[in-house]
Design a protein around this ligand. Structure first.
Ligand SMILES: Cc1ncc(COP(=O)(O)O)c(C=O)c1O
Length: 404
């Protein structure tokens, strides 16, 4: 007997920690999706900054198919060719000398934090254990990363949180100076806060963090899970700033929809991840690595990266045009194809109300907190899809305005 899954099945069978929209997409191609009823949508959400080349991009499908017929998985008892090729490619394209592969952003950050602590013990002693991060930051849902994250609502109610974690104000170097000292092991920061509302770090702030880390023998960790792999208009956002971290984490766009994460580090730091200190069964999985390599090689080209910057300008122009007519946004900000539109005072807290209206109009978008409409589309979204998606967004906003 065949059963067509429905949205009610979610409530029956799945843990209640998500509240998915009512429609169930079943097929995707490029920046378009179709649901069970055959309704079509334009995708400005990109699986929360994951579908870097849209849906079913032939380059990624081919990489998956080719590797799928060769070898899927070995575990780290053996290494494999796709993982080695991916690690080499990431090293050659970045500041890093060494790569640890895993399956998600949270896992990459967990590795980064554990490495930083181990490095501090190896080189300075047990006392150097303080990790500084920022209010509103988001680093994942493992208990360590959620505690380093700056949104207490995600870490409260689960018992004692890991210690040695301090929070400062983002883009406020003075607040970091008050916390930093010789017991600081690492500063973890998103070059642009994503979940926290699409807030780019200023040049002076990120440079100041680099300088403070150097002054106090601490490590600078850039969480580029959301900003990485072309999303900012460079392969990694640190390249936009010319500020080099000691450790960088990557996931989301890296696999273009196939789950993979990576932690990149300098040789001097990576040495502390000695045999047996850390691991992950799926880390360096051959299928994931083959897809990620194809994604990185496709994205890290002058044409694709320039295309991201060009599309950023198009998104901004469309949003500004909508705003001139309807006055719903206070500020439009972001980098590359990670764009946030902060709601104006009259629509404070109402970004989330746009999402179901947009879906009814045939558009998928995101929020970043209650007050910011977020867009993280495919890095190669066709210009016609941007224009059509914006027309649909405008209709959704007209309806929001009509009910205000
Ligand atoms: C900056 C940042 N770090 C870490 C994560 C966690 O990644 P994952 O959900 O793959 O564990 C996210 C997810 O939104 C993120 O935006």
């Amino acid at each position: 007997m065949s059963h067509t899954p429905s949205r009610q099945d979610f409530d029956h069978y799945m843990t209640p920690n998500y509240a998915p929209q009512q429609v169930i997409p079943v097929r995707g191609e490029g920046s378009r999706l179709w649901d069970q009823e055959g309704r079509e949508y334009i995708d400005f959400a990109g699986g929360i900054a994951v579908n870097s080349l849209g849906h079913c991009h032939p380059v990624l499908v081919n990489a998956l198919k080719e590797q799928g017929e060769k070898l899927w998985h070995l575990s780290n008892v053996f290494t494999n060719e796709p993982a080695l090729n991916l690690a080499k490619s990431l090293v050659e394209r970045t500041f890093a000398d060494k790569v640890f592969l895993c399956s998600s952003g949270g896992e990459a950050n967990e590795a980064a934090l554990k490495l930083a602590r181990r490095w501090a013990v190896d080189h300075h002693g047990e006392h150097k254990d303080k990790i500084i991060s920022f209010y509103q930051s988001f680093h994942g849902r493992t208990f360590f990363t959620v505690s380093v994250g700056g949104q207490p609502k995600y870490s409260q109610g689960f018992g004692p949180v890991p210690g040695g974690i301090l929070h400062a104000d983002y883009n406020d170097l003075e607040s970091v100076r008050k916390l930093v000292g010789d017991d600081t092991c690492a500063i973890m920061v998103e070059p642009m806060q994503g979940e926290g509302g699409i807030v780019p770090g200023t040049q002076a702030f990120l440079q100041g963090l680099r300088d403070l880390c150097d002054e106090h023998n601490a490590l600078l960790i850039f969480d580029e899970v959301q900003t990485g792999v072309g999303r900012s208009g460079e392969l990694y956002a640190y390249k936009n700033y010319g500020i080099t971290p000691d450790i960088l984490t990557s996931a989301k766009s890296l696999g273009g929809g196939f789950p993979i994460g990576a932690m990149l580090a300098t040789d001097a730091v990576a040495k502390s991840l000695a045999i047996g200190t850390h691991g992950s069964t799926y880390g360096g999985n051959a299928l994931a690595s083959a897809v990620a390599l194809a994604a990185v090689e496709f994205i890290d080209t002058p044409e694709v990266l320039a295309g991201v910057k060009h599309r950023h300008d198009l998104f901004r122009e469309h949003l500004e045009t909508i705003n001139r007519k309807h006055g719903v946004f206070k500020e439009i900000r972001g980098m590359g194809l990670l764009i946030g539109a902060q709601m104006s005072d009259a629509y404070e807290g109402r970004a989330k109300d746009i999402l179901p209206l947009a879906i009814e109009e045939g558009l998928m978008a995101l929020i970043a907190g209650p007050n910011v409409l977020r867009m993280a589309p495919s890095l190669v979204i066709p210009e016609a899809d941007i224009a059509e998606g914006m027309a649909r967004l405008e209709r959704a906003i007209e309806r929001l305005v009509a009910t205000a």
